[in-house]
Design a protein around this ligand. Structure first.
Ligand code: ADP
Ligand code: MG
Ligand code: MG
Length: 255
């Protein structure tokens, strides 16, 4: 088992150090084998948490730590964190001109492997084919430039394809359900469920119970104003759908 631990994490936007903190002391432990959902109203720090864990240089950690099995990753670059087993599926995936989807994924896999143990083209193509079949993606998407001209739904599906191929220890998934129709949602959820294993953990940011009907989480957390104010099991998300977030306030998690 591998454990990703976030301790008393305080975060600011690096270029606006005079602004108040976005994250104000986040504590969260995600182990492989576990699915965590992170919910909460807009603009309260969920994406900031995911980006900070992945090492987006826009964000400055002013206090606290992020560790994997006790080793701090707080000062590592994005590439090193990827090699340490982290993967971020983004709310707004980037488009990259001149690099095909397949090239991008193969490079990402190989960057995480030692130089004398790169994946062979044959093995890669076989796995890619199987994963694309599973996600019901048209074959030509492998040869199109990364995310260019992909619809919103195709981009999300592609994030899951990348994750299935890269096989990270931890998948940070930021609103992979936004803008998906029900069939695409089911396919994306199938992809995440296929990854479920003792070697894989995920922190899944979502607004909707709907996704959690397909991917049943072990833990549900609510973030409000830069803190996790409530943690529960899958039933918490169902409750929130009825009651909303309004009645929750900081401090409730410790009550
Ligand atoms: P959520 O994902 O919960 O909707 P975010 O983490 O995106 O919330 O944003 C939390 C707050 O931090 C918002 O007020 C947002 O405007 C601010 N924020 C996040 N990233 C930046 C940034 N790069 N520059 C300025 N403000 C930011
Ligand atoms: Mg906030
Ligand atoms: Mg967000």
């Amino acid at each position: 088992m591998t454990t990703l631990k976030i301790t008393d994490l305080h975060v600011k936007v690096k270029e606006e150090p005079e602004h108040p903190e976005i994250l104000k002391g986040v504590n969260l432990t995600v182990s492989t084998g576990e699915i965590h959902a992170l919910m909460g109203p807009n603009g309260n720090g969920k994406s900031t948490l995911a980006e900070t864990i992945m090492g987006n240089p826009k964000y400055l950690v002013t206090q606290g730590d992020i560790t994997i099995d006790g080793e701090s990753i707080k000062d590592l670059g994005v590439d090193e964190r990827a090699r340490a087993g982290l993967f971020l599926g983004m709310q707004y995936p980037a488009e990259i001109a001149g690099v095909t989807n397949a090239e991008f994924i193969r490079a990402a896999i190989n960057a995480r492997r030692p130089e004398d143990d790169q994946i062979s083209i044959m093995k890669f193509l076989k796995e890619l084919d199987a994963a694309m079949d599973f996600l019901k993606m048209p074959e030509d998407m492998a040869d199109r430039y990364l995310n260019q001209g992909f619809s919103g739904g195709e981009k999300k599906r592609n994030e899951i394809l990348q994750m299935m191929m890269i096989k990270p220890k931890f998948g940070l998934l930021d609103e992979i359900d936004s803008g998906l129709d029900i069939d695409a949602l089911r396919i994306v959820a199938n992809g995440v469920n296929k990854m479920r294993s003792p070697e894989f953990g995920t922190l899944m940011i979502t607004h909707y119970q709907r996704l959690l009907d397909y991917i049943v989480p072990d833990f549900v957390h609510v973030m409000k104003d830069g803190e996790i104010i409530e943690t529960g099991g899958a039933e918490l998300a169902k409750e929130l759908e009825k009651t909303g977030y309004e009645h929750l306030k900081a401090g409730d998690a410790n009550a």
